[in-house]
Design a protein around this ligand. Structure first.
Ligand SMILES: *Cc1c(COP(=O)(O)O)cnc(C)c1O
Length: 352
């Protein structure tokens, strides 16, 4: 396959002259800095946030690259995954002209980003076991299709998407293939980051919001070719990650083992929750999960949802979503939280 990024980018993005910040124009670390109109003394709280942060977060990328098995230049960091999702749409899709392909039921942000940017969407639903309908996807692609969005493990179904199907799309599509791996730490298969050098049209999204427990910091990762990363850097807001966020992340990266331990605890809890939910007569079905949540089908999902809310237990109602009739999406909680959930469902069963 021949991949030509210049044919995928919107022409004006290809030719864009980006904003050049003070920290772009002089990258040395020593000196008297009178170039960025900062406060030279301190912050009002006596701390030192008065200098603009590194726009490209190199210290973090140097530390993250060996953890992820990629080069620092293959990493883009964003204000949540939402930022690279939106940047990718804006870089490639001319409103009302180009389109993107998504496979419902999936993460809602791809559609929202398409809507914000006035970009039409081609929808090819997943099969009943939440896998890619590859022949139909390949048949629906048009010369105007710029991005195919794949979520694996998929939200809200929880399962991994078949590797061969993703490879087939990568091999037969000239546009960008985004594989959103927000839940990859909980999965039984390796990340697609290891395929980056084989597929110049591959983009992998990950996040610090789930396994790493840093949702509040808003940190999304995007892995791709150096060529694609350069485009994202060109169009992002200059200082898209605050200095405080960068400092906290740099510290957090020392705790890979703790992250792995948290993942193991959540996986053990997931299986415990699955076993106990399966024993409840009101549960009709629990879908396979490679993530930190379970998609569960109930006899009467709305009644269960309302009862749980009355008991101050909040799960996600997915019962109106395509292929998810009667389903609630339940995040795996702590042992104690899961026990309360199970006890509450038992009480509901007795009452009903
Ligand atoms: C939670 C989630 C994300 C993460 O979003 P952030 O903006 O990084 O918090 C991305 N994709 C999917 C499919 C998710 O479920």
């Amino acid at each position: 396959m021949t991949f030509d990024l210049t044919k995928i980018l919107r022409p004006h993005i290809l030719n864009l002259v980006p904003y050049s910040s003070a920290r772009d124009e002089y990258t040395g670390k020593e000196g008297i800095f009178l170039d960025a109109n900062e406060n030279p003394y301190q912050s009002v709280n006596g701390q030192h946030w008065n200098r603009y942060p590194d726009p490209y977060q190199w210290a973090i990328k140097e530390k993250l690259a060996p953890i992820k098995g990629v080069r620092p230049t293959q990493i883009f960091l964003g204000n949540g995954s939402d930022e690279p999702i939106d940047l990718l749409v804006r870089a490639t899709c001319t409103p009302r002209e180009d389109n993107m392909l998504l496979m419902p039921p999936t993460y809602g942000m791809y559609q929202v980003s398409a809507d914000i940017n006035d970009v039409p969407v081609i929808k090819v639903p997943l099969t009943s076991d939440f896998q890619i309908d590859t022949p139909r996807v390949l048949a629906e692609l048009t010369p105007k299709t710029k991005i195919v969005w794949i979520c694996s493990p998929n939200n809200p179904s929880g399962n991994l998407v078949q590797r061969e199907a993703i490879l087939e799309i990568l091999n037969n599509f000239q546009g960008l293939v985004v594989v959103d791996e927000a839940y990859i730490d909980f999965a039984s298969e390796p990340s697609f980051t290891q395929e980056l050098d084989n597929y110049p049209n591959l983009i992998v999204l990950q996040t610090f919001s789930k396994a790493w427990g840093l949702a509040s910091l808003r940190l999304g990762m995007c892995f791709a070719s150096e060529e694609i990363i350069k485009v994202l850097n060109k169009i992002k807001p200059p200082y898209n990650l605050s200095g405080a966020t960068q400092q906290l992340l740099l510290e957090a990266l020392d705790y890979v083992e703790t992250k792995n331990q948290l993942v193991n605890d959540i996986l053990a809890e997931r299986e415990h929750l699955r076993t106990n939910l399966a024993a409840l007569p009101l549960v009709k079905r629990i879908y396979p999960s490679d993530s930190n949540f379970l998609l569960v089908e109930f006899d009467d999902a709305s009644a269960v949802m309302q009862y749980l809310i009355d008991q101050k237990i909040i799960v996600r109602d997915r019962s109106k979503v395509i292929l998810c009739d009667g389903c609630l999406r339940i995040t795996v909680g702590t042992a104690e939280e899961n026990k309360t959930l199970l006890d509450t469902l038992k009480a509901f069963a007795i009452m009903a």
